[in-house]
Design a protein around this ligand. Structure first.
Ligand SMILES: Nc1nc2c(c(=O)[nH]1)N[C@H]1C(S)=C(S)[C@@H](COP(=O)(O)O)O[C@H]1N2
Ligand SMILES: [Mo]
Length: 263
């Protein structure tokens, strides 16, 4: 038995030597771990066709997402300027606050001014603020015609305007005072034209291409058959013909009118 035991011990020793030898392969496994990156690189190179494709798919997705986010941001920013623009007119002009309130309550005030309005003030017995609805109701003062325009660059053209006569508005509606001398037509952008009373009274402005015309100064809300947009700016333009042939009259037209001051 002892011999067998001794033999067993020897076998165990020998096998332990082999196991010790096996530790070498274990050491070899360590380098395998170290080489893993290399293996991975190799794998990447080998599997490149497979892995590159998903990467390419993912990248565009990320870009699209970023773009969408940017677009969303810009979309959010766009409405802001609109909100900012709306309050601006009220600051410049008290009547602008009224349309803002009426936008929420449209039907309550029947004669209230809606939207952008023209305020007539100064030397008038009846200072008044008129919206587009009120101006259109002044049918007796209505006037429609083709106005010739010549600007400082020599550009010419004909434009059909529909509106009401400025002098009629000042006399029959605002009751202009006898000592009035000047009428200032003021736009929201600060553009302003000053006219003498005699200039406003005239109804014989000309179109140098059509000697038969006798044109008054008008406040127009419609151009070539289309009403001005009532949401973004005051939909009123003062239009005047020529005083004489060659008269550069277009700079005298005033868009976006919001105040008329008689002095
Ligand atoms: N409110 C306002 N009206 C304005 C101007 C302006 O700058 N602001 N420019 C005037 C000038 S110089 C010209 S030539 C015409 C140009 O009219 P249009 O913009 O219809 O071409 O508008 C006139 N009316
Ligand atoms: Mo101009």
């Amino acid at each position: 038995m002892r011999r067998y035991l001794i033999i067993l011990l020897i076998i165990i020793l020998i096998s332990s030597l082999f196991l010790g030898g096996c530790s070498k392969p274990k050491e070899e496994e360590i380098p395998l771990v170290v080489h893993q990156p290399i293996d991975e690189e190799n794998k990447e190179e080998e599997e490149a066709p497979q892995e590159v494709e998903p990467i390419l798919e993912e990248e565009p997705l990320v870009v699209e997402e970023v773009i969408e986010e940017k677009e969303e941001v810009t979309e959010v920013e766009e409405p802001n300027p609109v909100v900012v623009i709306e309050p601006k007119p009220p600051v410049e002009k008290p009547p602008m606050e009224e349309p803002a309130k009426q936008a929420a309550v449209e039907e309550e005030p029947e004669e209230a001014v809606e939207g952008f309005a023209i305020k007539i003030e100064g030397k008038v017995s009846k200072p008044i603020t008129l919206g587009l609805k009120q101006l259109k109701e002044l049918v007796k003062l209505g006037y429609t015609n083709d106005y010739y325009s010549l600007n400082s660059f020599g550009t010419t053209g004909h434009t059909n305007f529909k509106g009401i006569k400025l002098w009629g508005l000042l006399t029959e509606v605002a009751d202009i005072q006898d000592d009035a001398a000047t009428v200032r037509i003021i736009a929201t952008d600060g553009y302003e034209i000053s006219l003498s009373i005699s200039q406003v009274k005239r109804e014989d402005y000309i179109d140098e291409t059509d000697q038969s015309k006798m044109l008054p100064i008008i406040i127009a809300w419609q151009e070539n058959g289309v009403d001005y947009d009532v949401n973004s700016r005051p939909p009123y333009k003062m239009v005047v013909g020529q005083k004489q042939p060659g008269d550069v009259n277009k700079p005298n037209w005033v868009s976006d009118i919001h105040r008329i001051i008689v002095e």
